[in-house]
Design a protein around this ligand. Structure first.
Ligand code: SAH
Length: 355
């Protein structure tokens, strides 16, 4: 038996071809696409203006991704919600919903697990299980829109996984997400975060999208970066800076550097000066993130004064800096923590629980 096609991962053009090859009329494609991505139907049964016979055939030909949460946690501090979704094959992924003044932002996962192994991150501890399909990335947003009843305006691919390690699926996802017949989220409101896979960063630049590329830097010298992130052994900071400059050249989009501050590890004034020298060479923005301590590692947050001193040192060098507001501290807010708790058998953090 041939494997069923994941129909929600097809672009409109692919869906047209697919239906034509099955002897169906091509206008069915636009109808189905509208149900899947415009109205975000949860099943073929909901597509009521398609004949029952056609819907049944769809059920035989295709799989239909519609994620359900196994757990929802809501922060008592800021209303941030964290969703743990069941992928139906024993894997779960987490997504975070955050309310900001400018709109609602969703942080999605791109892989079940991760093979990058950054030392401070909970997502990589169990390694990579598998890539998410485009529809699985997309449906995290569709499901959250339905569950919260609110429109999502911004999407950040900063949950579990390395998006550029799942490049082809990521690109289809971005196409579907920003498509005018779907959620139609502006490319400018989408951020993809990478630990720094240079060839894929360059390839992404060539796609000439208007999305923001965020680079997880976390250290400003190769030696220090290599001690925190195994991926840094594959390429130098110099190569990363070149790739970032190329991204800006091709897209006109300013790069975001993410820098998680860890006490005594990367938060000294010398670190700030080194970072300032790098950032000063590019059109960029630096986002300082107080590290979110995970129980498997001993990293500690820098104290408030060191964080402010670090920020000041960068600003003296005319670098654009923000300190990321911590959202959902009480609900396992850090990457991959909720998923890990689930896999360990469910000692969850505080917060309000729904099921
Ligand atoms: N793999 C991608 C995207 C996922 S991680 C990347 O590396 O960018 C999203 C961001 O959270 C990255 O900057 C990552 O380094 C950071 N991060 C991971 N664990 C963290 C923690 N415990 N505290 C603070 N930031 C963390």
């Amino acid at each position: 038996m041939t494997e069923k096609i994941d129909v929600k991962s097809l672009t409109l053009e692919e869906l047209k071809e697919e239906l034509l090859s099955r002897g169906e009329k091509s206008f069915r494609a636009a109808q189905m696409y509208g149900w899947m991505h415009g109205k975000q139907a949860r099943s073929f049964e909901e597509m009521t203006d398609l004949s029952k016979e056609f819907r049944e055939k769809c059920g035989e030909w295709y799989t239909y991704t519609a994620l359900s949460p196994v757990r929802v946690q809501e922060s008592r501090i800021d209303g941030t919600k964290k969703f743990l979704f069941d992928l139906g094959d024993g894997n779960v992924v987490e997504s975070v919903w955050m309310k900001y003044k400018y709109g609602n932002s969703v942080c999605i996962s791109s892989q079940a697990g991760c093979r990058m192994g950054c030392s401070f991150c909970a997502s990589g501890i169990g390694g990579l299980e598998r890539n998410l399909t485009p529809s699985e990335m997309l449906d995290q947003i569709y499901a959250i829109t339905r569950l919260t009843g609110e429109r999502v305006s911004n999407v950040v691919v900063m949950g579990t996984g390395e998006p550029l390690d799942n490049y082809d699926n990521l690109l289809v996802f971005l196409k579907l997400l920003t498509d005018e017949n779907g959620l139609h989220i502006s490319q400018r409101n989408v951020t993809v975060s990478t630990c720094g896979l240079v060839p894929q960063m360059r390839r992404l630049a060539g796609e000439k999208l208007q999305i923001t590329l965020a680079l997880s830097l976390h250290a400003a010298t190769d030696e220090k970066r290599r001690s925190l992130m195994p991926v840094a052994k594959r390429c130098s900071i110099e190569e990363l800076m070149d790739a970032c400059a190329f991204y800006f050249q091709e897209t006109g989009r300013r790069i975001t550097f993410e820098y998680s501050l860890m006490r005594g590890v990367n938060d000294s004034l010398k670190d700030a000066q080194d970072l300032g020298r790098l950032a000063g060479r590019l059109r960029c923005h630096v986002n300082l993130i107080p590290v979110n301590p995970i129980k498997e590692r001993s990293y500690v947050q820098s104290d408030r004064d060191s964080i402010l001193a670090f920020k000041n040192a960068l600003e003296k060098n005319k670098i654009n800096v923000t300190i990321r507001r911590e959202m959902g501290r009480d609900i396992d807010g850090a990457c991959g923590q909720l998923r890990r708790r689930h896999m360990e058998g469910g000692q969850y953090a505080e917060g309000i629980f729904h099921n």
